[in-house]
Design a binder for this molecule. Structure first.
Ligand code: F6R
Length: 240
C-alpha cells in the first residue's frame, strides 16, 4: 500500500483530485467507483471545478459503493440523493451512466445479484473509499467474510452512531444497507482510500500496520496490488 501523508483535509482532497483527474484525462470513459460520506466532499468539489474548467465527465461511468435499504432518491438522506447533490448535478455526467444499489428494491437478493453482475461488466478503473472509525470499507462491518459480494448488511451500533450526525435523530438512521462486498472492491484496478481526522487514527493504524483480518475489513487492502492511501496528519498519527 502506498501511503501519502498530507497536512490537512484540503491537501488530502487536492492530492486525491490529482489522482482522479489523471485517470479521467487518460481514459474519458473510465469507470469510477465512488463513495459517499464527509471524506470525499472536498474531492467532489474539485471535480466540479475541473468540469467548469473544461474537463468532460460525459462518458464517465460510475458505480457507487452502497445505499441505505429502504431509501431512494425521494429521501434526502439516501446516497443517490447525496451523489446528485454533491457531484452529479454539477458536472456534465450522463445520469444514465451512474449506478447505485436500489435501496427500495422489493427483492433484496435479486438486487444484490443485479449489482454483482453490473460490477462484473463495469470493472472499476479506480474505486474510491472512505474509512469507517471501526475499520469498515463501504458498509462491510467487522466480521464480514472477505469473499462476500454485494449483500445486505445490518449496520453496527458504532456506524449508526457515526452516521446519525447527518439525520435529525438517531432513530431515523436506517438499520440496514446494501453494500458492495470486499470481493467487489478488490476487483477494482486501482483503489484510492482517503482518511482524515483523529477519530480515524486507530482504524488507519490497523489497516496499515495490523494483521490482515476480517475483524478490520480495510486491512484486506494490504493485499491489493495498486492501493493508495491519502491520509492527513491527524488520521496518520498512529502509523509507523
Ligand atoms: C460511504 C461508505 C462508508 C464511508 C465511511 C466513512 O459510501 O461506504 O464506508 O466511506 O463510513 O465515512 P465519512 O467519510 O463520513 O467519515
Amino acid at each position: 500500500m502506498k501511503v501519502i501523508i498530507t497536512k490537512d483535509y484540503e491537501e488530502m482532497s487536492q492530492k486525491a483530485f490529482e489522482v482522479m483527474h489523471a485517470i479521467v484525462a487518460a481514459k474519458p470513459d473510465a469507470v469510477l467507483g465512488l463513495a459517499t460520506g464527509t471524506t470525499p466532499i472536498g474531492l467532489y468539489k474539485r471535480m466540479i471545478e475541473d468540469c467548469k474548467n473544461g474537463t468532460s465527465y460525459k462518458a464517465v461511468k460510475t458505480v457507487n459503493l452502497d445505499e441505505y435499504k429502504g431509501l431512494d432518491y425521494s429521501s434526502d438522506q439516501s446516497y443517490v440523493y447525496f451523489m446528485r447533490d454533491n457531484l452529479f448535478d454539477h458536472i456534465d455526467i450522463d445520469l444514465k451512466n451512474t449506478n447505485i444499489e436500489n435501496g427500495k428494491a422489493e427483492d433484496a437478493a435479486k438486487e444484490c445479484e443485479r449489482y454483482d453482475a453490473l460490477l462484473e461488466e463495469l470493472q472499476q478503473d479506480v474505486q474510491l473509499l472512505g474509512l469507517g472509525s471501526n475499520g469498515h470499507i463501504a458498509f462491510n462491518e467487522p466480521g464480514t467474510p472477505f469473499g462476500c459480494g454485494t449483500h445486505v448488511v445490518d449496520l453496527t451500533e458504532s456506524t449508526i452512531k457515526d452516521n446519525s450526525r447527518l439525520f435529525k435523530d438517531i432513530s431515523e438512521v436506517p438499520r440496514q444497507a446494501f453494500t458492495q462486498g470486499p470481493k467487489n472492491i478488490m476487483r477494482a484496478k486501482k483503489i484510492l482510500i482517503l482518511a482524515s481526522g483523529q477519530n480515524k487514527a486507530k482504524a488507519v493504524y490497523g489497516m496499515v500496520n495490523g494483521p490482515v483480518t476480517e475483524e478490520l475489513p480495510a486491512s484486506i487492502l494490504q493485499l491489493h496490488p495498486d492501493c493508495t492511501l491519502i491520509v492527513d496528519e491527524a488520521a496518520a498519527s498512529l502509523i509507523k
